[in-house]
Every structure is written in structure tokens, then in C-alpha cells.
Design a protein. Structure first.
Length: 363
């Protein structure tokens, strides 16, 4: 079927006169039980062509035998703008004062009463596991909670939820995506939409626009919105993180780090990024803070000690919680059984519950 779809797509001419596939307008083409999913990407100066092209693609692809529907994300390649010289008075900004977030037409619709970002300065600190267990703990309090997995280069929600990458969201009659559900949460992730090896080759502007559509075109709370939407941000402090923080209008954010000084240095950059876009920082979560030995009953500080506290004091923010290094957390993440869901009062599940209580008291 995909060969027929490719043939049909290449018969549709892009503005440069080539077929859509030959011109590179079509990205991430996949088929799932008759549903065709793809991304239409146009250069910024050809953005006006996207709407008619999308209509032409939908009509042509639906005519292919076996096709039951289409799901098309449109995006543009936004060229980076060269730095513009500023008058002297504009350059003189008081040190430490964050840039003001300017209202923009591109700012996305509100999907929840409170949008909470979970950020980290680097990968590998347990940010996604922390975000998911925090969401589960909130849902157990009766809140309507969703997770947007915005970690485009390493989406974790398909694994953490136990749904797997083969799970796909349905569309309503207005072609809005209906989030998947697990553990009392509403879930949306790029990992549900494209093959696991496809997202890694996407260009930055394409990534940003695709994520904005995931955020704004998802039917959160069955159209009525959520109490809390947790946005699992990509690790790091680049353009994607800045754009998401600005345009998704995060109400607040938390920083996840580990006790290592190296992780704290990167987390410090994450705090500075959020300050630049005037996102309220609730505090820092120190993950893998220590290992409780089953044999001796002692807490071992395998990755060092106190980096989270030093970061909190340096930036005058709170320590929200310390999550232990524990095999159950890792196994729960790998098998789709988050420890925050367990009824037993283990140190690891209690740590997430205490973290949840602390954050709810602040938002």
C-alpha cells in the first residue's frame, strides 16, 4: 500500500514543480492499519502552499485502495534570523533580569488549568521517569492529568506507559487527536506517531512545529481541558526548549538533576534558560539521591551528595524532593508499571507522593 501512496504523492507537484517526495515536502510517511500518517514540510517562503497541498494530499491518498484515513502534520522550515544590531539603550539590560515573554500570535491554546514543565540540563538524570511518576501520583489525587512527551529525540512515554510504540491515537470528526490513556493519565507523544528511528533525522524547525501541533491539536480532557498538563521537555537548553517554554506558555517548571556536580552545572543552565522566558521555577528535584542497601540498611551516596541543595541555594529556589536510586523504579519504568501506582508505602513510592504534595501546594 505504501508504494501506491508514494506514487500518488509524487504525482502531486510541489511549488518547485517536482513531485512532493522528490522535493522533500513529505517526511515521516507511515501506514498503520490503513491510516496514513505523514508530515508536510515546506520552506518558510512557501508556507502559503501548505493548506492547498494538504487538501490535495488528503483527497489523493484517500483514493488509494485500503486507505482508511489520513493524519497530516504541516510544518515549515523556519530560517534562523541573523542577529540584528540593537541601539545602546536596548543592550543595557540589568544583569540577572530575565527577558520578558512577549505575547505572540503563535502562542498555543491552553490545554489545562496549569501547564507544568519538567526540564533538565542534560539527559540521563531520570527526568522522564520523574515526570511520569509525578503525573501518576497527581492522578491518584483525583486530578485530571495529561503528559505531553516533548522529548522528540528520545520519547519515553510509550515505554513508561506500557502502551508501546505501536499504540496510535484516534482522530475525532474535526481531526483532533484523542490522547491515549494509561494509569489514569491522558498521553500524547511523538513516539506514538512515527517510527522510533524517524524523529532523530528531523530538523530543528520541523521538530518545533510538529510539537506545537501535538500540543494544540490534541483533544485534552475530551475538549474540556485538564487540571494539569505535564510537558516532558527535551533535555538541554537549545532552541527547541526555549520555543516550547515560550509558546506553550508554561505556568511553572521543575528542574531534575542528580547529586553529581557535573549534572548540577548543566541543571544551572536549565534554570537560566527558564528564567530568560520568565517561567516560574518551583524548584529542583534531586534524582538518584542515594541507594539504600538491603543488607546493611545504610544509605550510600553513590553519585555524590548535595548538588541539588547547592543548586537550590545558588538560584534561591526550593528543593522539592529527593528520589532514591532504586531497582523498583527502573523496573517499573521498563515494564510500564510506575512505582507511584503501587499501594505499598515503599521509600520510592513515598518519595513521589511527597514530591506531588509539595508541587500541588505551589501551583
Amino acid at each position: 500500500m505504501l508504494d501506491q501512496v508514494r506514487d500518488v504523492l509524487n504525482r502531486i507537484k510541489a511549488p518547485d514543480g517536482q513531485g512532493l517526495l522528490d522535493s522533500g515536502y513529505v517526511q515521516g510517511l507511515v501506514e498503520d492499519k490503513g491510516l496514513i500518517r505523514l508530515v508536510l514540510e515546506a520552506p518558510a517562503d512557501r508556507a502559503s502552499a501548505l493548506a492547498p497541498l494538504k487538501a490535495a494530499v488528503e483527497e489523493a491518498v484517500k483514493a488509494v485502495p485500503g486507505v482508511t484515513g489520513t493524519q497530516i502534520i504541516t510544518t515549515t522550515q523556519t530560517p534562523s534570523k541573523p542577529a540584528q544590531p540593537q541601539p545602546p539603550q536596548a543592550q543595557a539590560q540589568p544583569q540577572g533580569e530575565p527577558e520578558r515573554r512577549k505575547p505572540t500570535d503563535a502562542q498555543l491554546p491552553r490545554p489545562a488549568k496549569h501547564v507544568l514543565g519538567v526540564a533538565s540540563g542534560k539527559g540521563g538524570v531520570g527526568k522522564s521517569t520523574t515526570a511520569y511518576n509525578l503525573a501518576v501520583a497527581m492522578a491518584q489525587d483525583g486530578l485530571r492529568v495529561g503528559i505531553l512527551d516533548a522529548d522528540i529525540y528520545g520519547p519515553s512515554v510509550p515505554l513508561l506507559s506500557g502502551l508501546g510504540a505501536d499504540a496510535k491515537p484516534d482522530l475525532d470528526d474535526k481531526k483532533r487527536m484523542i490522547p491515549l490513556k494509561a494509569h489514569g493519565l491522558e498521553l500524547m507523544s511523538i513516539g506514538f506517531l512515527v517510527p522510533q528511528d524517524s524523529a532523530t533525522v528531523w530538523r530543528g524547525p520541523m521538530v518545533q512545529n510538529a510539537l506545537f501541533q501535538l500540543y494544540g491539536s490534541t483533544l485534552w480532557g475530551e475538549g474540556g481541558g485538564l487540571d494539569v498538563l505535564i510537558v516532558d521537555l527535551p533535555p538541554g537548553t537549545g532552541d527547541i526548549q526555549l520555543s516550547l517554554a515560550q509558546q506553550s506558555a508554561l505556568d511553572s517548571a521543575i528542574i531534575v538533576t542528580t547529586p553529581q556536580d557535573l549534572a548540577m552545572i548543566d541543571a544551572l543552565k536549565g534554570v537560566s534558560m527558564l528564567e530568560k522566558v520568565q517561567t516560574r521555577i518551583l524548584g529542583v528535584v534531586e534524582n538518584m539521591s542515594g541507594f539504600m542497601c538491603d543488607n546493611c540498611g545504610k544509605m550510600h551516596k553513590i553519585f555524590g551528595e548535595g548538588a541539588g541543595d547547592r543548586l537550590a541555594r545558588l538560584k534561591n529556589i526550593k528543593i522539592l524532593g529527593e528520589i532514591p536510586l532504586n531497582m523498583d523504579i527502573r523496573e517499573g519504568a521498563d515494564t510500564g508499571n510506575p512505582v507511584a501506582l503501587t499501594a505499598t508505602e515503599t521509600p520510592q513510592s513515598l518519595a513521589y507522593m511527597q514530591l506531588k504534595d509539595e508541587i500541588i501546594s505551589l501551583i
